[in-house]
Design a protein around this ligand. Structure first.
Ligand SMILES: Nc1ncnc2c1ncn2[C@@H]1O[C@H](COP(=O)(O)OP(=O)(O)OP(=O)(O)O)[C@@H](O)[C@H]1O
Ligand SMILES: [Mg+2]
Length: 1062
């Protein structure tokens, strides 16, 4: 294991939610626009937080590397949390607060949902609201320019009038309870937080004791020794609790341990008499109320949890519409596994952002109930995971990390320690190479561990039978959605409601009469301004746009036509957002955001840096921003709900929308606990009508295996790992394995011309020819099926380094060539060798910049280019547009250009200035950096397996660290905590929180008071996550100590007393 967490991840171009194969951001600005659809797939990678990683890890495509943010639950959830806090305060004042009723099955479901329909009636009058050409921000602190044409004076659409009439009637009060709540809980409202009664309570130390009772019950008999002191000192802090529930805590703790043993017995006796809360201690129910405000389970949740198949731990797939509450069911089953069955659990989620969110959400459960929550996303995760003695672990992982984790467990013979694997968004199994990885993971579990239960869930499943057959699973489905979602279509001036009962799938709803001026009509033919102003700023709204560039243009356009009254709404808070954006980007600020944020509007796509995204998401969740123009990645990656979701066109980039995508996007509207109603409006042109009607009435797309379509990332990688891990080494066994995959189930549909046997034989032959596998010599008498294989050194290196097999040979050659004349005067040559291959093909160098950068190199560095066959005259000719006769390898030229970007970035550590220098989107530059850090780590693992590359090992450890910690080194310990990005880490650092221990011991209330724009919920989550991480680290150290002190089992002679005893 290397320090500093070299992690293994490569960029690959993959699809997300059934979108077409998408790739990497092209280089020039013009290109950036042209290929926006491809860039939409780019995700920023949570950079620079590394823990020790080693072993067999999965390369993780950047696609999964959404920014990480733990806190984008909705603003109303925030407000609800405040209510819970208030309630709790009251409960604390009672000598013994009443317990919740145990009946959690609700029969009155969603009746609220239809009560509060929004009025979207067209307004016939116009208010005399003018938009000045240059409107100064009232605060005068931010130089905001509102560029509006002279003809726009009366261009405020009538929908805005309604809002401002209401505004005047209720003066500053928007008159809406939810908005008030939202405001009250906004992190931008410090006063309330400062006055919070929590501040008045001193943090009692004895809490350490009470809180650790549950967690350490298994440690009771442990001998007191130096190491115990060491441990208790370390874990004491980690377990320190905030004092809020101190009064009832002791009672609860005692109850908990009693209930746990009852629960265990219940499970063991397989009785149908469930424990206080689905075989779990009632504390779990209290925690759900306390942390999530969930009082009752929905009826379907209760039904699902009491299914025979669930009781019998059978594999299960369940499917419900978006926002149906699927997560809770999975979480309860996970808790049963962790607490009652005493087994580890793996939860696989599609994106880093969601993993982060889950870690933040479940860490407090882990601390309260005594299990570890471990993060396997981005750069984080240990392979194999640390063996825990007492408590069990909940691993929360992305698809790629989940696969690596399973590989490492199989390799170390520990796979049966996994009691349960939960897969959210199971339909992703049908999506490109990521789907193939998910399929491999599940197939390996099915093959190697009969005791591991698998549960999959999704809102968009069609061909469930195939998945059921693959997973040998039961199926449960229900159409429940707690909040009514009304779907509308807009064609020209008419809005239709989607109505499955109507003949053509829709019925007339209303006619738009917005009285647009000619200018406005021209600028906004889709009536976006009118549609959004019916909702904002009182409620939030998402406008999905086909491309990134379009997001920015739409945000800009909308703001041009918004009345300046919008500037006044939460003006101070918006100013703070701008200030923070500027601070976190070393004084830089995107000009579009600078214009739109004062109106409460922002764009949201992969071109933002992770810090920017997090900050904007927090501001949106807090109600400071009320409108995001976004790409479809938002629907998949982050949880940002809205009252109204508008789809600007039925396209994602140039591809027509798929039903799954449509459902996911509109599913953001009307989330439980936040809205009473949600609505979506899909804007379409007459020409697309037929196709849209098919879209809204048709079934979900089927989900098909990609194992064989994705050769080098699918079946070939799979076979290499099957043989490398010795899961199956003979042709017969491998064929047997393939029969158990989803591909095996669907083979007749997917590949008619070949049999599964043929596919298997061909793939093994390919790997053998490539020098990655070797056939064992067989006796003639042996059947073909018994012929077995072993992995070669190159195969093992590729497998360990998780190098895409398409590149393993070229990587080998490049490294070999590098040995001939490695230039070590600077990092430049090494950077070139670790620049990810898969980014290269779409890179379009700007030759002028190329030439300039080349001329900045030292002679030795220029020599690197010469060694690679790229001469100054070649670049010069390119820059001056001259014809070039000599053929130069385009891949090398492009790769070298990307190395320039990385090299400059390492020297300057400023993403903004580098993005400006190379005329690249900042999000892309950040992506490139994290991609390179990850690939560098892959190359390192590759070299570790190959004797001839010994010299690279030491060098690459250093380089990986440098690429990984391109941010200031002092922030790294803080950035280890889930959801803490560079900007937040900087704030915390400046406030004196310099280490993980500082954060774990922090009082959330004090944090709120010191850190700008930190909500109580976020503060609590940061502290919980830090405690969890510290606790985890302390335990790992403790285990190391014990391992060191343990007498070796092969100790010569008789069984010796332990050193400690002696
Ligand atoms: N029984 C319940 N009572 C109140 N709120 C609930 C309940 N169950 C879930 N919720 C809340 O409903 C919201 C949506 O739940 P969840 O995220 O699990 O939906 P989902 O089915 O996974 O949707 P998606 O398919 O969009 O991921 C969450 O905020 C969750 O806290
Ligand atoms: Mg979900």
């Amino acid at each position: 294991m290397e320090e500093g967490g070299s992690r293994i991840r490569r960029r690959v171009c993959v699809r997300k939610r059934d979108r077409p194969g998408l790739g990497c951001v092209p280089v020039t600005a013009a290109e950036a626009e042209k290929d926006d659809e491809e860039k939409d797939e780019e995700e920023m990678v949570a950079a620079s937080r590394r823990r020790r990683t080693a072993g067999v890890q999965e390369a993780e495509p950047n696609d999964s590397e959404e920014d990480m943010f733990g806190d984008y639950d909705s603003f109303t959830e925030n407000s609800f949390l405040a209510q819970v806090d208030d309630l709790d305060q009251k409960r604390m004042q009672l000598p013994e607060h009443k317990k919740h009723a145990t009946n959690f099955a609700s029969t009155d479901l969603g009746s609220e949902s239809v009560k509060n329909k929004p009025s979207i009636a067209p307004v016939g009058t116009f208010a005399d609201l003018k938009t000045d050409k240059h409107t100064e921000n009232q605060s005068g602190r931010e130089d905001v320019t509102v560029e509006a044409g002279a003809g726009l004076l009366y261009d405020v659409p009538s929908s805005q009038v309604l809002y401002f009439e209401n505004l005047q009637n209720s003066s500053d009060d928007l008159g809406d309870q939810s908005t008030k709540e939202r405001d009250r809980n906004s992190p931008y409202h410090k006063t309330l937080n400062e006055e919070s009664p929590h501040n008045l309570i001193e943090q009692p130390r004895q809490n350490d004791e009470s809180s650790s009772k549950v967690g350490t019950s298994s440690d009771v008999n442990r001998r007191k020794s130096v190491k115990d002191h060491l441990k208790s000192a370390m874990t004491g802090n980690a377990k320190a609790q905030t004092p809020v529930f101190s009064r009832s805590k002791h009672l609860k703790e005692t109850l908990l341990s009693e209930e746990m043993s009852v629960a265990k017995k219940t499970i063991e006796s397989s009785s149908h008499d469930l424990g206080p809360f689905y075989s779990l201690p009632s504390k779990v129910r209290d925690l759900y109320f306390q942390f999530k405000g969930i009082e009752k389970l929905y009826e379907w949740q209760h039904t699902c949890l009491t299914l025979n198949s669930v009781q019998e731990r059978k594999n299960l797939i369940y499917s419900l519409p978006t926002s149906g509450g699927k997560t809770l069911v999975a979480e309860i089953i996970m808790l049963q596994e962790l607490l009652c069955q005493q087994k580890d659990v793996l939860m696989i989620l599609p994106y880093v952002a969601i993993v982060q969110e889950k870690i933040s959400g479940l860490s407090s459960f882990g601390i309260e109930l005594g299990f570890f929550v471990e993060e396997y996303a981005g750069s984080k995760g240990r392979f194999p995971p640390t063996k825990r003695r007492g408590k069990k672990s909940l691993y929360i992982a992305t698809i790629e990390k989940g696969h690596s984790l399973v590989n490492s467990l199989i390799e170390t013979g520990r796979v049966s320690s996994l009691g349960l694997v939960v897969v959210d968004e199971l339909h992703m199994i049908g999506e490109g190479s990521r789907g193939a990885i998910l399929e491999m993971t599940l197939a390996k579990i099915l093959y190697t561990s009969k005791t591991t239960q698998i549960i999959g869930m999704s809102a968009t499943l069609n061909n469930v039978e195939d998945l059921q057959e693959f997973l040998q699973a039961e199926y449960y489905t229900n159409q429940f959605r707690p909040v009514e979602l009304k779907e509308y279509l807009k064609i020209n001036d008419t809005i239709y409601e989607v109505d499955s009962k109507a003949e053509n799938g829709m019925t007339f709803s209303r006619l738009l009469n917005y009285k647009y001026s000619d200018t406005l009509k021209k600028m906004d033919p889709d009536h976006l301004v009118a549609l959004v102003t019916e909702v904002i700023p009182k409620y939030s709204c998402l406008v999905f746009c086909p491309t990134k560039k379009n997001c920015e243009n739409v945000a800009d356009m909308i703001c041009k036509f918004l009345s300046k009254e919008y500037l006044k709404h939460k003006e101070k808070e918006k100013y703070e957002v701008l200030k923070d954006l500027r601070n976190m980007s070393s004084g830089n600020l995107c000009p579009v955001l600078k214009r739109t944020i004062p109106f409460g509007v922002a764009y949201h796509h992969g071109g933002l840096t992770s810090d920017e995204r997090k900050l904007l998401e927090e501001a949106y969740s807090a109600g400071v921003l009320c409108l995001f123009t976004c790409t479809s990645t938002l629907a998949a990656g982050v949880n940002l709900p809205a009252r109204r979701v508008i789809l600007r066109a039925p396209y994602v980039a140039k591809e027509f929308l798929k039903r799954n995508q449509y459902k996911q996007m509109i599913g953001r509207a009307g989330r439980a606990g936040i809205d009473t109603v949600g609505e979506s409006i899909l804007i379409l042109q007459e020409k697309d009508k037929q196709q849209v009607l098919e879209l809204i009435t048709g079934p979900m797309e089927n989900c098909y295996s990609h194992l064989v379509q994705e050769f080098t990332k699918g079946i070939h990688t799979l076979f290499l790992s099957l043989i490398g891990l010795k899961i199956a080494t003979s042709l017969g066994d491998i064929y047997q394995f393939m029969n158990g995959t989803l591909f095996g189930v669907q083979q007749k549909v997917l590949l008619k011309e070949k049999s599964l046997w043929e596919v298997t034989v061909e793939s093994l032959r390919y790997l053998t020819e490539k020098g990655l596998l070797q056939k064992d010599s067989i006796h003639k008498s042996e059947e073909e099926a018994q012929c077995s294989f072993h992995i070669t050194k190159l195969g093992r290196a590729s497998f360990k380094g998780t190098i895409d097999l398409a590149y393993c040979n070229v990587l080998y050659k490049d490294l070999e060539k590098g040995l001939e004349g490695l230039v070590l005067e600077s990092l430049f040559h090494l950077i070139y060798l670790t620049t990810p291959y898969d980014l290269v093909s779409q890179c379009e160098p700007n030759w002028m910049i190329y030439f300039w950068q080349f001329s900045q190199l030292s002679p030795a560095e220029q020599n690197v280019a010469a060694l690679l066959g790229v001469s100054e005259s070649f670049i010069g000719k390119k820059a001056s547009g001259q014809a070039i006769k000599k053929k130069v390898d385009k891949d090398i030229v492009n790769r070298l250009y990307l190395s320039f970007v990385l090299y400059t970035l390492l020297k300057e550590t400023n993403i903004w200035s580098v993005s400006e220098k190379f005329n690249l989107p900042r999000g892309y530059v950040q992506n490139l950096l994290t991609g390179a850090a990850s690939f560098s780590s892959c190359v390192l693992h590759f070299c570790e397996e190959l004797e001839e590359f010994w010299v690279y090992r030491a060098l690459l450890v250093e380089l990986t660290k440098k690429l990984t910690y391109c941010v200031k080194a002092e922030l790294v310990p803080l950035m280890e905590v889930a959801g803490v990005l560079e900007g937040r880490a900087r704030q915390l650092y400046n406030a004196g929180y310099r280490s993980l221990t500082h954060l774990a011991n922090a009082n959330p209330e004090v944090l709120i008071g010191t850190i700008d724009h930190l909500s109580r919920r976020q503060a609590k989550q940061i502290v919980s996550s830090a405690k969890m991480l510290l606790h985890e680290k302390a335990e790992a150290l403790q285990e190391e100590v014990e391992e060191l002190l343990r007498v070796p089992s092969d100790f010569p002679g008789a069984v010796a007393p332990s050193i400690e005893k002696a």
